[in-house]
Ligand binder design. Sequence first.
Ligand SMILES: [Zn+2]
Ligand SMILES: [Zn+2]
Length: 313
Amino acid sequence: MNYFFVFQNKSYDEEYKGGYLWAPKRGKGGNRVSHWEKMKSVKQGDIIIHSYKKRIMSISIAKRDVYTAIRPTELSDEWQQEGWRVDTEYIPFPEHIITSDIMDKLLELQPTKDAPFNKLGRGNTGYLFDANKVMYEYIIEQTALVQKNDKDKQVVIALLDPKSMEVKTQLEVEMDIEDALAKQMSPEKLAEQVVNVQPKNPQKTESVVYYRSPYIKEMVKQIADGKCQMCGEDAPFYDMSQKPYLEEHHVQRLADGGKDSLNNVVAVCPNYHRKIHVLNDKSDTIVLERIAEQNEQQFQRILAYAKEIENDV
Ligand SMILES: [Zn+2]
Ligand SMILES: [Zn+2]
């Protein structure tokens, strides 16, 4: 995942409303411009920091890789028609930090190449520049500090975990916050909220689907032999094909670069599977890793046996 910094001084409102970034491919004279060319490196899941009139207005997550698209009609026609477009999910901040207030730190943290600010602490002329994780985290922390209430602070702080952002839409982040608030409420306060809460519009998401080999899934279940590999209990029921119902869990998530292979999967009961995801407990992870290793060993034995039979035939 890469980080970018965009100066949208002419087009923030339009691009924010439309949920995109757009830059022309060539200048008026047909020349290439490096801060526009930078658009070519934006990929799905990348994080963009949005600056407008020296304020950090929002961050966003690219919903798909950059693609060629003509200039959206709402943008000023001083630009060429052909350009690059990135569709991106904006997460606006209620209150904004001013970049000049934190310039010393930004200069210290920003990348050494293609950075948004020059040595004098002024924004470089241009559109898209490189940023990095430390710079992003510092901006989020500072932005959280200027929010006026705890709820807004929490919404901003939640953005420190980009993993959760990759899969969560703004609506889901809002629900997480409300969830935390609801847990602290008395039944009376809750009843009030149930009556008063305003329904929110549904949100469409584009999510990444990872391939999970059904063969690996079936293999790990056969190795587990009808018992949860974590709690040791029998599968809670039989599925439609009369097989003990267990679920496959990837020890390191595929989204985090985990492999779809026997040494990264375990078969667990649905209860324990939920527990793993809800608690994200370190001690569970250690056990899970060990079991996955054993699954790999068992798999190698089965594989060796399979080859032996083959040779006999
Ligand atoms: Zn279990
Ligand atoms: Zn899982």
